[in-house]
Write a protein that binds this ligand. Sequence first.
Ligand code: NAI
Ligand code: MG
Length: 372
Amino acid sequence: MAKYRIAVLPGDGIGKDVMDACRIVLDKLELDAEYLPGDIGWEFWCTEGDPLPKRTIELLKKTDCCLFGAITSKPKEEADAELTPALRDRGLVYSSPIVRLRQEFNLATNLRPCKAYAGNPLNYRDDIDLVVFRENTEDLYSGVEFYPLPDEVREVLCKHQPKMKRFNQVAADEVAVSLRIITQQASRHIVRKAFEYAQQHGYKSVTVVEKPNVIRETSGLFVREARKVSRDFPDIALWEANIDAMCMWLIKNPQDYGVLVTSNMFGDIISDLCAQLVGGLGFSSSGNIGDAYAVFEPTHGSAPKYAGQYKVNPTAMLLTAKLMLDWLGESEKAGCLENAVAAVLREGKIATYDMGGKSSTLEMARAVAEKL
Ligand code: NAI
Ligand code: MG
């Protein structure tokens, strides 16, 4: 029996392209793993009414961790229209399979390293080494939303919050409400993970990125918890920044920052910004990490216009595999893989379209495999 059982969910569009590239490299690394393919994505919404079928959840439960490519998702109207006719008018509601995976397996930490590798022509600056820790299960992405706004909910909100009265005359179907839910427990947990990472990897600071001057309760709670956790790490400075200013500082002086920690939506936004500083979505890897399970995925989506063309950059997916190897404790293989990616980028002979080159997804993967 193989040492590891790894669920492989290519998903939609270029998810399949980059997963093929990833397997070339993992096979060359001779990782002692059994790969179990599973279903996820738009196709399964359209044909089964569920983009994350129960059998996929069951499959994941039988594995050590999951490698995931990307999925397509579309707004409500299109989701309803593309359902197979037999499933229409049954009140099926599309919900993001990735968000569901994060919640189902309690993958509370979203880790997104953004490093400028020498030779990458897309680097914004050459000395960037950022790592974003994003809380992964709550905040505005909790899915606690109301539309149309039920009268009972409105009454309760008005009773407890005078500022709500301003919206009292708006008709129920002319207003939508999404709740930003932030708990002490999840805030402490993500901040602790960020500090532990900073300690292990020699970073001198952790920057908590929120907006407590305006979103006083939820951001306020997050920052308070960050201050408490930081006391356990006297050698690492806690810096505090507002999300809007941080976007500006990251463009101005990205090299001044190391580990960033924030809640779910700000983390989603800022990690795309950080990704672009080091070459864009083709370079951006991520891990969704829980205590017992983890799902690793490139940050990019399914890029439908490039689907099946083997044109996109597999680097994000390869660095994602590196994160998985780290998590499995295969640090030697992880290091080899990162070095091989770095070597190919440094030489600059193989480059995909986004880097101004003409190499294919698989050529790039083979070049990395040759370096191993
Ligand atoms: P996207 O990430 O799929 O692509 C945006 C653009 O980024 C592409 O057109 C391409 O120019 C570039 N790009 C992305 N990956 C690249 C790669 N590996 N190499 C080179 N260039 C790359 O985002 P978009 O177009 O907003 O969304 C497309 C679909 O993907 C939508 O259905 C969206 O909902 C979904 N999506 C899924 C995500 C996931 O699976 N985690 C994340 C983001 C979007
Ligand atoms: Mg995103």
